[in-house]
Unconditional design. Sequence first.
Length: 91
Amino acid sequence: MSSAVVDPHTTKVLPDAAAIEEWLINTLAEQLNLSADEIELDEPFASFGLGSADAVMLSGDLQDWLTRELSPTLFWEYPTINSLAAYLARA
């Protein structure tokens, strides 16, 4: 069961790690023409063939979805879906 977080400054519901993982899996699969079943949570983004241009584009899409500013280097700092989703859920 997911437990969303509410931002006290905006009363906006922020996605939890599970929702972020799901978004990343679906978006990566679509962007890279893969099946969502091929995306492993603990595999490095590079193992899916995600290049630097793809990562920057994905970072922008994620930023839009979360409606908050993100560093385009997040995919190198947190190289797996698990690590990135966990970081974003608590940030």
